[in-house]
Design a protein around this ligand. Structure first.
Ligand SMILES: [Zn+2]
Length: 271
């Protein structure tokens, strides 16, 4: 595909971190090289890849090996991948954790949108991920669809202070945002912020930029004006621009602050 506004943010000054992108999925099989080039040409300095299932680990590691230091792997079992056999899957992931080096535990969490029949198992799995994160001193990347309050209460009961991380694709209220950031967790903001009536404008205005990191969740949640197409990391610029507009600051300020937050959270150097 063509490069979008090439040069606009590739002056070496603007740096953006895409903290959540599933670039190892089949959606990118044909043109991953172009997707990475587009990202680089649009100021994206790092892309963090959250794992979703046992079968996705090898494809994810394959992408990270092709772009070392640029695409960075996490390890976790997505809540919608948690079924009756989740214990076996967690055992397999633990073997990867022993061998590999991952920048974070994730994605994990709970999802009450698609299927509520495994919510108990999701909770057990989530807590196991939190133990991994605490033991390995890694940040945790949390998926919290329709489960933000229950997840917040789980964290408050035994993990806040011991574990740091991000509520990825945050789309809750200002009150929930205050509670989450009060525990030291970040808000992962993506394409939803560009949608009309997302409800996120108040959150972006009320919560300090120090608590926000950016993400695309590629290939999902494509920001306006690309909505309807496959999402990719280069589109992070639209998310940064929308946040800058809502807060009335320069895009460069959004980039510097949110990228700094991301590098700090994921223990990466700012080079
Ligand atoms: Zn995800």
């Amino acid at each position: 595909m063509q490069c979008l506004h090439r040069g606009r943010y590739n002056n070496g000054i603007m740096k953006l971190a895409d903290t959540h992108a599933h670039l190892y999925l089949p959606h990118f099989k044909e043109d991953l090289g172009n997707v990475i080039n587009n990202a680089r040409n649009n100021g994206v300095s790092h892309i963090m890849l959250p794992n979703i299932d046992t079968k996705s680990v090898e494809p994810m590691l394959g992408v990270c090996n092709s772009y070392p230091g640029y695409c960075l792997p996490m390890l976790g079992l997505h809540p919608t991948s948690v079924k009756k056999d989740f214990e076996e899957k967690l055992e397999l992931l633990e073997k990867y954790l022993e061998k590999g080096s991952f920048i974070a535990i994730g994605e994990t969490g709970m999802d009450a949108h698609w299927d509520t029949s495994c919510l108990d198992q999701q909770e057990t799995s989530f807590k196991r991920h939190l133990e991994w994160a605490a033991d390995l001193r890694l940040p945790v990347v949390i998926h919290s669809r329709k489960t933000t309050d229950i997840i917040t209460s789980i964290l408050k009961k035994g993990y806040a202070g011991k574990v740091k991380g991000v509520f990825h694709a945050f789309s809750g209220s200002v009150e929930q945002a205050r509670e989450i950031t009060g525990m030291g967790f970040k808000l992962g903001i993506g394409g939803v912020v560009t949608y009309p009536r997302s409800g996120l404008d108040d959150v972006i205005r009320e919560i300090d930029l120090e608590n926000i990191i950016l993400e695309t969740d590629s290939p999902y949640l494509t920001p306006v004006p690309k909505r309807g197409k496959r999402n990719e990391s280069a589109y992070l610029v639209y998310i940064a621009e929308k946040i800058a507009k809502i807060r009335g600051v320069a895009v460069s300020e959004v980039a510097v602050t949110t990228t700094g937050n991301a590098l700090e959270l994921f223990n990466l150097s700012n080079s």
